[in-house]
Design a protein around this ligand. Structure first.
Ligand code: PHE
Length: 456
């Protein structure tokens, strides 16, 4: 069954499609979250498990979400309703929308931090500071009563503006420029970082696995990171693929997106760890890792060449906020498309509701790191709780349901038709894909989940 809706927006070029999807995937997850998760979970062994999760769980789910979205041609919840009318499957889409709302709230807080750091870098605010100063200025800034809130609001409104501009004019055009820029800047930064004195210890940390520290929680963290980084398990890629044309090869597009996302994460690791080890900063510093260590690194590495230090630091935080923006756009779009289509309201109105509501959540998440530090949700700050519940619980559950839907529930003929819309697909590929999707993905997630919760 297929619906056509000629008035809906569409991505116009293939490269625009890849860039927009990769723009969603590549973001703070790769550059901010991946390094600190890697640092907290022991380095190379974590990365190997992460890669396995990306390949055996992530990739099949990316393809599945593409299939659901393009077949349904509506928002994520509506797509399930189109494909499985009269069943409760549409609730999987609603779970995704809820996940998107929670992520957008706390994600934009961190995105806002990147704006503060661009400004600090640009006005030379890092000059002459010691490592201890960087630590205390981060804590002071992130727990400040209104500075982070201001940046949070600015970032949320930037996202709002682009989402309101619509699919072709907004999302595609911005992603097409921003993504290649990001890759180029990162490559330059890797070159700088690995040539620092003592950088080899950082490379060793990234490349020499030590499996002795791997336990259930490391496994669950690696899986959560894969979900978060690939933007899967919550309907984001479903929503984007509803704007894809028929001649797009879904499996190939998925491969490009997953490869790009993984490449950027590895590049981020190659920028951050050699640099951190070079100036003796602990890899398990946590969420503040890039904000505390890097200014310090720029400072020490280029102490005698202030102009290089300036360029290096401004570029880094700029690229980080650009990457974050293409992701917040996609998070916002999931919820906006849902409200617009399910409640038949204008795109603008839908976007305003999302912006204001998520801004509220963002304010709570931000204050939970400072003024409201005492208020805990299950023993965590609201910020940490938002991260925990989405990456470790809601997205994996969404992932299981999506793989069961496409692997077990959906008509094989429909699935084949979507996957082969741009020409024949190798029979053997389809067989392997169907097997992995039916068995490996749901069982894999369930086992890692149960293990991580300590139930096994
Ligand atoms: N994948 C994005 C990142 O790595 C975050 C994101 C998660 C975006 C879920 C959309 C949906 O930064």
């Amino acid at each position: 069954m297929q619906t056509t809706n000629t008035k809906r927006g569409q991505f116009t070029t293939k490269i625009g499609i890849i860039m927009a999807s990769a723009g969603s995937a590549v973001g703070l997850g790769n550059i901010w979250r991946f390094p600190y998760e890697t640092g907290e979970n022991g380095g190379a062994a974590f990365i190997l498990i992460y890669l396995a999760c990306v390949l055996f769980i992530g990739m099949p789910i990316v393809i599945s979400e593409f299939v659901i979205g393009r077949r349904g041609k509506v928002n994520t919840s509506g797509a399930f309703r189109v494909l499985a009318p009269g069943t409760p499957w549409y609730m999987v889409g609603m779970l995704g929308v809820l996940t998107g709302i929670i992520i957008l709230g706390y994600y934009t807080v961190v995105a806002g931090w990147t704006l503060e750091y661009i400004m600090q870098a640009a006005i030379g605010g890092f000059a002459g500071k010691s490592p201890a100063d960087f630590q205390s200025s981060f804590v002071e800034f992130s727990s400040h009563s209104f500075r982070p809130l201001l940046w949070l609001a600015i970032f949320m409104f930037m996202t709002h503006y682009i989402v309101v501009s619509g699919v072709e004019k907004g999302i595609e055009r911005y992603s097409k420029i921003m993504m290649p820029m990001l890759l180029v800047i990162m490559l330059v930064l890797v070159g700088c970082s690995i040539s620092l004195p003592g950088a080899s210890k950082g490379l060793e940390f990234l490349l020499k696995p030590d499996f002795s520290k791997v336990d259930g929680s490391v496994l669950m963290s690696a899986m959560g990171q894969a979900f978060f980084s690939l933007s899967i398990g919550m309907g984001c890629l479903c929503t984007y693929s509803s704007y894809f044309k028929r001649d797009v090869n879904l499996a190939r597009t998925a491969l490009s997106v997953v490869s790009l996302d993984t490449l950027v994460a590895i590049l981020a690791g190659l920028i951050i760890f050699p640099a951190a080890f070079s100036v003796n900063i602990q890899p398990d510093t946590g969420p503040s890792l890039i904000f505390v260590t890097l200014p310090n690194v720029f400072q020490q590495a280029f102490g005698s060449m202030p102009i290089l230090s300036w360029v290096f630091s401004v570029m880094f935080y700029l690229l980080l906020s650009v990457a974050a923006l293409t992701s917040t756009i996609s998070l916002h779009e999931v919820v906006t498309a849902y409200l617009k289509e399910e409640f038949k309201i204008s795109r603008k109105k839908a976007a305003w509701i999302v912006t204001l509501f998520c801004l509220g959540l963002g304010v709570i998440a931000s204050l939970s790191l400072g003024e409201w530090e005492e208020a805990k949700v299950f023993g965590m700050s609201f910020f940490d709780f938002s991260d925990y519940i989405t990456t470790k619980i809601m997205m994996p559950i969404g992932g299981i349901l999506i793989s069961v839907f496409v692997g077990w529930w959906m008509d094989k003929k429909d699935l084949k038709d979507e996957m082969m819309s741009s020409g024949e697909l190798k029979k053997s590929f389809f067989k392997v894909f169907a097997f992995v999707l039916k068995y490996v993905v749901p069982l894999g997630i369930a086992i890692l989940f149960i293990n991580g919760m300590g139930w096994m």
